[in-house]
Design a protein around this ligand. Sequence first.
Ligand SMILES: *Cc1c(COP(=O)(O)O)cnc(C)c1O
Length: 430
Amino acid sequence: MKWVSTRRNSPPVPFIDALFAGTAPDGGLYFPQQFDPLPASSLERIRSADLAEIGTIVGTHLLTGEITEQEMGPIVRSALDFAIPLVQVSDRAWALELSHGPTLAFKDVGARVQARLLHHFTDGTPLTILVATSGDTGSAVAQAFHGVPDSRVFVLYPEGQVTDVQEAQMASLGGNITAVAVAGTFDDCQGLVKQAFADDELRKRVWLTPANSINLGRLLPQVIYYFLLARLARSSDDEGLIVSVPSGNFGNLTAGLIAKRIGLPVRGFIAATNVNDVVPQYLRSGIYSPRASVRTVANAMDVGAPSNFERIRALYDDDLDRMREDLVGAAFEDTAVVAEIGRVYREHGYLLDPHGAIAWLALQQHLAQSPRAMGVFLATAHPAKFREVVEPAIGQAVPLPATLAEALSRPRSSARLRVDYSALVDLVLS
Ligand SMILES: *Cc1c(COP(=O)(O)O)cnc(C)c1O
């Protein structure tokens, strides 16, 4: 299997090159050259398999010729060591709960598999991961690489400007993870990291590895969990299964569309957004106009220029009519989201987080028009992660999950850094 750029102006590369490169030389995003459907026998196995087995089958299929089942098995087993339950919420709607990983959000899936893939494809040369964060990305990357052999992670965050929980998740791990409190802003952190990646002298001495979210190593693992829906898809009637995906940068939805392309038997997808609705607008009008983002209660989806949408357009050769056969859009305002969290808790006893609530709302709208369809919405974050929104909506406290309570109680230590590039180099080489 070869990997091509969405902009078609770079040569095809093997997976290992795409994995370590991040973006393609022409500025595009890497993408499979062709999509081979899963053999019927694999789909049959998937219907009764557990998560790790599904990950092994799907991962090996996506990386045909580049990794074996024997190699893929241990990677997914160690990365996906938490549950991804499919929970029935109402008579025709199920939640796929992607929120039980160490940082309580679905990004754990991509980041944890990516970390292990990077390690697998090295020759034992130690990796150095440098990442700047305003909070969430850094904690997911730190947790993902924690304990992965031959890797060191430096997470730069603006001192005093991340939440207590985020700092606990980065600074209480120790081992191969160094949290770095920078006496500056997030932009200062990002500037230092960019300077390091542009520093050829430093890059001769340490193998700097990108761990960004547009990387294939992060995207492909997300295809895996969609196949947990295969067992539901079989029992649904001919209107088929609809999957609603709460979207920001659209990596999650891209993975779902890839799953369908290689054989997941679902009817189609809903691109569910908050008022940052560039993609739902495009699906309606055919006009794509990225713009500055607006803050909402579902802040992990506050994106005005979604990075992965380029991949979705490439999947459909930029043919909007074909895209519309698989995809519809829906967008919701904060007031509707908060009210729905309260209503669903009272009527169904199910606690939504703001992101999952948007996907649920979009699904309800769709099911109301399709009386025999069934649907799944992706619950991308744990409600306890968004207590300041969820608690007023339901009028009661949300207990902290054990993993989070434990992180908060562990001792923390961060290296301190001035906004000074030579000090960063000293730290990385120390
Ligand atoms: C990142 C994130 C999203 C959006 O996912 P994309 O792949 O960027 O579309 C949705 N919900 C939560 C909780 C997230 O952290």
